[in-house]
Write a protein that binds this ligand. Structure first.
Ligand code: SF4
Length: 328
């Protein structure tokens, strides 16, 4: 590992100042992704700005919604009584990710920023446009079993590995950031990006910006929710396909509201807007769910080793909706 400088500021403006000024500076929080990348030689920071002493760990009910500090650990969020009662989908998604040990270290902000697990990205001897822009993509004609079926480009077909982000996308979360130009909010929809011509950029953060919190709107989907994650091992594996499903049902099983998002299928958490539109106002039936799953797959495209996702994904959507609605 290349030698690096280390600093541990105690206030947020100081941390942002350093990161904004020095191109080789990286924020360090839980370190569960960044330290791996350093050990593998994928990234080589010149300076680590350890933000663990910044006052960004609180989880508070604010104005009917919830504000989760960027340094709140995944375990703290998933086990928080208010999250369990009012945002159970978020708790389920977090607990589907990683291992208990990692969830105890990994932070909310870090989870949003974790890099793809594409094996070519992690191997500095292989071409990868995300790691070295312009070097090519090893996965497009290589082993692409884990890769995208939506929104990919000729430059990159990687997927975002986060489970938490899929639930946050379904719940219309907002990311609060602070940077050299001040504070701003970014809707989850706009936070992660598709690879396009610049796969090296995972998100829309500007230089020096720090995630300070994630905010959730007032809870609606408190009961009929499910996070289904399909993976190679039940414990500790990234999603082949995952689905966050949330239903707001009336007394006659009519669908007042619905949210659907997928993980393991795109460079960003993939919201299934057309399927949501189809289901709104309909009633809970297996046939309606099956049609919604087919609508959700419009525009999907597989590669040599991940064609199976084209069948797995609609089945996962159907199953997640059925479980959320408690029909068998
Ligand atoms: Fe790199 Fe993306 Fe290609 Fe993977 S899919 S090798 S991350 S460019």
């Amino acid at each position: 590992m290349k030698p690096f400088q280390y600093m541990r500021p105690t206030d947020t403006p100081a941390a942002i100042r350093v990161k904004g000024k020095e191109a080789g500076a990286y924020f360090l929080a839980g370190g569960t992704n960044l330290v791996d990348l350093m050990k593998m030689g994928v990234v080589a920071p010149e300076k680590l700005v350890d933000i663990n002493r910044l006052p960004l760990r609180g989880i508070e009910v604010v104005g009917g919604g919830l504000r989760i500090g960027a340094l709140a650990t995944n375990s703290e969020v998933a086990d928080h009584p208010y999250v369990l009662e009012h945002y159970p989908l978020l708790s389920m998604a977090i607990n589907a990710g990683a291992s208990p040990q990692l969830r105890n270290m990994a932070t909310t902000g870090g989870n949003l920023l974790q890099r793809t697990r594409c094996s070519y990205f992690f191997d500095p001897t292989m071409p990868c446009n995300k790691r070295v822009p312009g070097s090519g993509c090893g996965a497009i004609d290589g082993i692409n079993r884990m890769h995208a079926i939506f929104g990919a480009s000729e430059k990159c077909i990687a997927v975002n590995p986060s489970d938490m982000s899929v639930a946050l996308r379904a719940l219309d979360a907002v990311v609060r950031v602070s940077g050299p130009a001040g504070e701003r909010s970014i809707a989850m929809e706009d936070f992660h990006r598709l690879p396009g011509e610049q796969p090296e950029l995972d998100n829309t953060l500007q230089k020096g910006e720090l995630i300070t919190a994630v905010e959730l709107p007032a809870p609606v989907f408190t009961k009929n929710v499910h996070y289904l994650k399909i993976r190679d091992r039940t414990s500790y594996a990234f999603a082949l396909v995952s689905v966050a499903a949330a239903l707001d049902l009336d007394g006659s099983r009519g669908i007042r509201g619905v949210r659907l998002a997928m993980g393991g299928v795109a460079h960003k958490p993939w919201r299934l807007g057309a399927a949501e539109e189809f289901l709104k106002g309909k009633t809970v039936t297996e046939d309606n769910f099956r049609q919604a799953a087919q609508i959700a797959m419009q525009g999907a495209k597989g590669y040599s080793y991940n064609q199976f996702k084209l069948r797995m994904a609609p089945n996962a959507i159907l199953q997640a909706l059925k479980t959320a609605a408690a029909i068998v």
